[in-house]
Design a protein around this ligand. Structure first.
Ligand SMILES: [Zn+2]
Length: 118
């Protein structure tokens, strides 16, 4: 058994209902690129790059691109609110930082998969 490309598995619940997107972890709908163990359901946004998802089997490069994009997104958000000390952040700021990281990683992953030369 190979390690899942992203930590967002399983993408289906016990009843067969889609839960989370295999690529980015957002709400999944009933289309996916699956394996024997999991249907690999995707969200609406990631379905648009479904042809590129076969590249996720070789994830190291894409994970790094996703993490870099997440770091950039958090940096951009912190610059936007003018804070660098997390102790100064309230609950909303903390949630928005995590949101920036999550969406930044997802967008970075989609972008890296889309730009891969194979
Ligand atoms: Zn997605």
């Amino acid at each position: 058994m190979t390690k899942p490309a992203t930590p967002f598995t399983p993408t289906v619940d016990a009843d067969g209902t889609p839960t989370v997107c295999r690529c980015c972890g957002r709400h999944a709908i009933g289309i996916g690129r699956g394996t024997k163990a999991d249907p690999g359901f995707l969200c609406r946004k990631c379905i648009t790059i479904v042809e590129d998802l076969s590249k996720m089997d070789r994830l190291d490069v894409y994970e790094l691109a996703a993490l870099d994009a997440g770091v950039d997104a958090v940096g951009a958000y912190l610059s936007e609110i003018g804070k660098t000390d997390l102790a100064e952040c309230d609950e909303l700021d903390a949630r928005m930082i995590v949101k920036a990281a999550w969406l930044g990683c997802a967008e970075g992953l989609r972008r890296a998969l889309n730009e891969a030369p194979f």
